[in-house]
Design a protein around this ligand. Structure first.
Ligand SMILES: Cc1cc2nc3c(=O)[nH]c(=O)nc-3n(C[C@H](O)[C@H](O)[C@H](O)COP(=O)(O)O)c2cc1C
Length: 358
């Protein structure tokens, strides 16, 4: 039923659907369910230490012999000023929140992700079939992965970024529109200028690069999938829609928030990690944004609030959690991941039939 088979042939999958890698919100079970249903399951590994990553890759393989993807954050995001400390306003807020929850001292910044070079070594040693990057792709890392036989994908949020990725040698570009949940993949220039909607971004990226394009951002069902194919995308990458599956390992309170959130409930904020990301507004975001004081650089901002988030998750306290979700959140439906894939295929067929007057 799919006319453009470039991504299907490249990745060895049946349907042009990639379940987005979501660091902290994916596990072997989800990846297996999606890949076994004929789409591409993805594990978001940015925050997974290298040795644990090896066991997760092996665990994925125990439940599927199909292709799957593992995602890393670019190594270029790892360097940060270790001496950076929160300004007076941020420090006061964090101390207040820690006090309210009865937590100890606000922790000092420490690295949160990677090291990407070691994580990549593991993926290469384990022969992971598809590797994707967020926040840009170093040509050397792309070449290393490809020499080992992996296909390499990376997100772009502008036409210029897509061109840069093609020059770096990637096998496919994920065009991430502003609707998308989670971190903006922006790696070149001001993210505010890179908040381009999927409908506008995808055809411009398709025209600009010769590698296949994967559309991401706001795609929730067969209507969105077919629309993106009409724009010239060869496949879609969907994150928020898969938050509705029971396999997805997110906190119950986050899951409950997804049931009531609408598009206006989400915002792109730097308050949580120091990098722009779309999630459901809460007290933490509102109060930190109201400070009008520079936040710590990524990932220091993420790191100083880690104890707070951990406690919030344990207590089901959504006021201080990071609840990433895209603008399509009101369309999340709760059902098993394999069913999300089969429903998407059936819905797409119905949309295509309707457009063809059948
Ligand atoms: C909870 C969540 C976590 C995410 N984490 C990652 C990640 O670790 N790596 C990545 O490349 N993209 C990540 N993303 C972004 C997705 O790759 C994708 O761009 C996005 O989900 C597409 O928009 P949608 O959420 O509207 O489907 C995340 C998205 C969500 C919703």
């Amino acid at each position: 039923m799919w006319h453009d088979t470039r991504i299907l042939d490249l990745l060895g999958i049946e349907h042009p659907i990639i379940q987005a890698p979501m660091a902290g919100a994916t596990n072997a079970e989800l990846v297996q369910a999606v890949s076994n249903a004929g789409a591409l399951g993805s594990f978001g590994a940015a925050s997974t230490p290298p040795e644990r990553l090896r066991s997760i890759v092996r665990a994925i393989r125990e439940g599927t012999d199909r292709a799957f993807n593992v995602n890393l954050f670019s190594a270029r995001t790892e360097e940060f000023d270790r001496s950076a400390r929160p300004g007076a306003g941020v420090a006061e807020r964090l101390t207040t929140y820690h006090g309210e929850l009865g937590l100890g001292e606000v922790p000092e910044p420490k690295p949160m992700f990677g090291p990407a070079a070691e994580q990549l070594d593991i993926l290469i040693a384990e022969g992971v079939p598809v590797i994707s990057f967020h926040f840009g792709a170093e040509p050397e890392a792309v070449a290393r992965a490809q020499e080992a036989g992996a296909k390499l994908l990376c997100s772009a949020t502008t036409v210029a970024e897509a061109r840069e990725l093609e020059d770096a040698g990637v096998d496919g570009v994920i065009a991430q529109g502003a609707e998308a949940g989670g971190h903006r993949g922006t790696f070149a220039g001001d993210y505010r200028r890179a908040l381009i909607g999927t409908l506008a971004l995808v055809p411009q990226v398709v025209d600009a690069v010769s590698v296949p394009v994967i559309a991401a951002g706001g795609i929730m069902d067969g209507r969105g999938l077919v629309a993106c194919l009409a724009l010239g995308a060869s496949a879609v990458q969907m994150g928020t829609a898969f938050l509705g599956s029971p396999e997805t390992p997110i906190a119950d309170a986050w899951r409950a928030s997804l049931r009531t959130a609408d598009a206006e409930a989400t915002t792109v904020t730097e308050a949580i990690s120091g990098k722009p990301a779309r999630g459901i507004r809460n007290r933490y975001i509102d109060e930190l944004e109201a400070l009008e004081e520079p936040l710590l650089p990524y990932p220091a901002q993420y790191s100083v609030s880690r104890e707070l988030r951990k406690a919030a998750v344990e207590r089901g306290d959504t006021r201080f959690m990071a609840m990433w979700a895209g603008q399509g959140v009101a369309l999340v439906r709760e059902r098993p991941a394999a069913e999300i894939v089969t429903d998407l295929v059936e819905q797409s067929q119905r949309v295509l039939d309707r457009l063809n007057g059948l």
